[in-house]
Design a protein around this ligand. Structure first.
Ligand SMILES: Cc1cc2nc3c(=O)[nH]c(=O)nc-3n(C[C@H](O)[C@H](O)[C@H](O)COP(=O)(O)O)c2cc1C
Length: 186
């Protein structure tokens, strides 16, 4: 079974990236995978630094445990000044600090997909290129080439949470289908 942990890099109420994560989780379940949707709001974490080694908070261990229990991840992130969200980086860094002995390969053996939603026209794409680098080079994940980028998010979602634009919906489904397929082999 392709077990996929799904979360957004925003714990903000009404987060458009959490909304995108909710849709993705539904699509994973409908595509033969099994999604676990979480919110970083339930993982309160201070700013990480090296003093966290051997001393990680409970939320970091809980996040680490969830990552370890799944074959893949689908992460959505806000774009801040053309980068991805610092809240997400902090959570990812804590997940490595909470893994004894392996901060440089915290996602080894995992398959990941990434996406973003943004009010602007670029759909958070610039931040995703950086997130890909961190997940691949820093954490050892296999990140699939398909990326989900939802621009003009205020009008991009229909009332039922689906994407209004058929082309965007197709990109999202392609990423989900590929992730579920690759995670089955992980
Ligand atoms: C500090 C800051 C910088 C931002 N920079 C960008 C940006 O570079 N590109 C963009 O599309 N949106 C940018 N935004 C707007 C966010 O995309 C918008 O606030 C979005 O709703 C955040 O995602 P969320 O709803 O999931 O929390 C920025 C927002 C903040 C607070």
């Amino acid at each position: 079974m392709s077990t996929i942990l799904v979360f957004s890099g925003s714990s903000r109420a009404d987060s458009i990236n959490h909304k995108l994560a909710e849709l993705i989780a539904r699509k994973i379940d409908a595509s033969g995978g099994s999604a676990t949707l979480i919110s970083l709001a339930d993982f309160p974490l201070p700013m990480v630094d090296a003093s966290g080694f051997g001393n990680a908070p409970e939320a970091a261990h809980r996040l680490r445990g969830l990552i370890d229990a799944h074959k893949g991840l689908f992460i959505t992130s806000p774009e801040y000044n053309a980068g991805y969200a610092p809240e997400l980086k902090n959570a990812l860094d804590w997940s490595t600090v909470a893994k004894p002995g392996a901060p440089a390969s915290g996602l080894a053996g995992k398959v990941a997909a990434i996406g973003a939603a943004s009010p602007g026209g670029l759909g958070g794409y610039r931040g995703l290129t950086q997130l890909r680098t961190v997940l691949e080079l820093g954490m050892g994940a296999l990140v699939i080439p398909e990326m989900v980028s939802v621009g003009f998010a205020a009008t991009a979602f229909k009332d039922d949470g689906e994407l209004a634009d058929e082309r965007s919906a197709g990109f999202l489904q392609a990423a989900v289908t590929r992730l579920v397929k690759e995670a089955a082999k992980a």
